[in-house]
Ligand binder design. Structure first.
Ligand code: FES
Length: 574
């Protein structure tokens, strides 16, 4: 590893030169009230901050930024905060996934265009984590991720409430008439008790675990509750550590190898993490130049059981997980199946980081020989309607549906589906297989989280709480049910999901990893040949760029022109 000197810092090109332009860079920094000794010959650290007034998961990131800066100053760096798009999962429509790559591009270009030597990435709400990481990986300056941390447990009427998962559950009860409108309103004020990300094993917690497994986070940081004072101390520690990482030139591509992504997948499986994690891991790997496919997920899906007993697959919430030892203890438990020699942001290996961790509650973080599910936290299915794959989270589905044949009930749009499920005369049964298409990366657009299709009201009243549901959409990490997602290629671009008709028999066998529309190959080909794709007005602006360049779910939904590891263009400084 080549150690940096003040003269070889990237920011030296702005601040250390003796030309006309550097006069401006220095005088304008002095204009902001900084002294020469505050910034000259020091690593300049960008805080890429995804705080916003409309992102309740990141409310505290303004304060945390100040705590990070404290660490940077103390370690001899110069902190500069650069705000980026916030991507609040609960507020941004039609879906934050439409803007994940926007954040990735913004992160990369913020780092490229400014006098920056390293970065602390402040995020956590679902897409912010991969968006920040993808951009930082492409730019390849030393970077450390500061997760927003999970919010506190929810409460209502003496019951513990989990983000998302309990919303879906009690909504079904309200629709079935088993809880009242007043109960529902009370839940509204009890389910989200503090700032921070969803505290179930949703996408935010999944991505925190994945990024920690990849070595891009301080040890144990991923599970600290947002409102815990330890979270503030961790923020300061991130600031302190990044300065040394710059001197050591410890860049993402020195950390991220095939082994890091092996660890990310093992963590995903052992958490029964969000299915969104698959798309994001694929995208990050392709940015890092690591060859990863859905087959790698399938290969590792039975390598480990689900040892994190967290909702929606298990019982507890992230606060319980942290008090049980958190991600540090989780990785220590997983050591036999991890590649422990992988480098991390600490400058030590993953195994060294977690050597002294302890499990304090082995009901929450189970030993490897007592998992909550024996394996296959996420399964990859293939078949004639999903030749490039689709996925299911078997642990979150009713077991009776893991091997199932039933008649398809097909919808071409979300609105059509929504109208139908509220119609109590809808022709459906507990064996129906609901299909929603035109909800993929291009068709959505942005592959919205529509994959947990609502159970028809008629069936809810009969007590039915799960059905096989197939779509080219994603679903929230806090969702559950026999939802088969990410069908690739998507129907909108002519994938064979487009050929399914209401009444066709669809057969799903999770153990055999298969999904099949029971018609002949000739019939399938004829239907696809006759298929008239759904059309819509040509979009403008960002959506047009998105539709033209987004890849399919099995490739990570990145933009084709952002993948890969070609040499970094540096800006001319004149
Ligand atoms: Fe932000 Fe769930 S809404 S993490």
């Amino acid at each position: 590893m080549t150690r940096k000197t003040p003269e070889t810092l990237r920011s030296h090109r702005w601040f250390g030169a003796t030309d006309l332009r550097s006069f401006g860079h220095r005088s304008r920094t002095l204009q902001m009230g900084y002294r020469y000794e505050d910034f000259a010959r020091k690593p300049v650290i960008a805080l890429i901050n995804t705080w916003s007034d409309l992102n309740p998961c990141h409310t505290h990131l303004r304060t945390r930024a100040e705590e990070v800066k404290r660490g940077i100053w103390a370690a001899g760096g110069f902190p500069v905060e650069l705000p980026a798009i916030s991507l609040s999962e609960s507020m941004v429509k039609p879906t934050t996934m439409l803007y994940r790559n926007f954040l990735a591009m913004e992160t990369e270009e913020l780092l490229r265009s400014h006098p920056v030597d390293g970065a602390v990435l402040l995020g956590g709400c679902d897409k912010t984590t991969p968006g920040l990481l993808m951009g930082a990986i492409s730019m390849d300056l030393p970077a450390i991720f500061l997760p927003a941390g999970p919010m506190l447990r929810g409460n209502w009427g003496g019951r513990v409430l989990g983000s998302g998962s309990d919303v879906w559950k009690y909504w079904a009860d309200k629709e079935a008439g088993t809880i009242t409108e007043a109960d529902w309103r009370e839940m509204e004020s009890g389910i989200a008790r503090s700032f921070g990300t969803c505290m179930t094993m949703g996408t935010a917690s999944t991505m925190a675990g994945i990024v920690e497994a990849m070595g891009m986070m301080l040890p144990g940081a991923g599970s600290i509750p947002a409102a815990d004072s330890a979270h503030s101390r961790m923020a300061t520690a991130c600031g302190e550590r990044i300065v040394q990482m710059v001197w050591d030139d410890l860049t993402p591509k020195r950390i991220l190898t095939a082994g890091s992504f092996h660890n990310a997948i093992v963590a995903l499986m052992a958490m029964a993490g969000s299915t969104n994690g698959i798309v994001h891991v694929l995208a990050m790997a392709r940015r890092a130049g690591v060859d990863l496919t859905l087959d790698d997920f399938e290969r590792l899906s039975n390598a480990v059981g689900v040892i994190a007993n967290l909702r929606p697959s298990g019982e507890f919430l992230m606060e319980d997980f942290h008090y049980a030892g958190g991600f540090a203890a989780f990785f220590k438990t997983l050591a036999p199946v991890l590649k422990n020699g992988e480098m991390t942001v600490t400058g030590r290996t993953l195994g060294e980081n977690f050597a002294d961790a302890k499990v304090w509650n082995d009901d929450v973080i189970r030993p490897l020989d007592r998992p909550i599910a024996a394996g296959g936290g996420i399964a990859v299915l293939r078949g004639n309607i999903a030749p490039d794959g689709c996925i299911i989270k078997p642990t979150a589905a009713e077991p009776r549906l893991l091997k199932h044949r039933g008649p398809a009930l097909v919808f071409d749009s979300y609105d059509e589906m929504l109208k139908a499920v509220n119609d109590e005369t809808l022709d459906c049964s507990p064996d129906s297989v609901m299909v929603l298409r035109n909800a993929g990366p291009v068709g959505g657009p942005g592959m919205p989280e529509w994959g947990m299709l609502p159970i028809p009201r008629k069936l809810l009243k009969q007590g039915v709480r799960d059905l096989v549901r197939i779509s080219d959409a994603r679903m929230s990490g806090t969702s559950y049910g026999a939802c088969i997602l990410h069908v690739a290629p998507e129907a909108y671009v002519g994938g064979p999901l487009a050929a399914v008709r209401t009444g066709d028999i669809v057969a799903v066998d999770v153990e055999a990893r298969s999904i099949r529309l029971e018609i002949s190959d000739a019939e399938l080909a004829a239907r696809l040949a006759a298929y008239v794709p759904k059309t819509r007005p040509e979009p403008r602006g960002w959506v047009r760029l998105h539709a033209a360049h987004v890849t399919q779910a099995d490739k990570g939904c990145d933009y084709d022109f952002l993948e890969g590891t070609e040499p970094l263009p540096e800006p001319e400084i004149h």
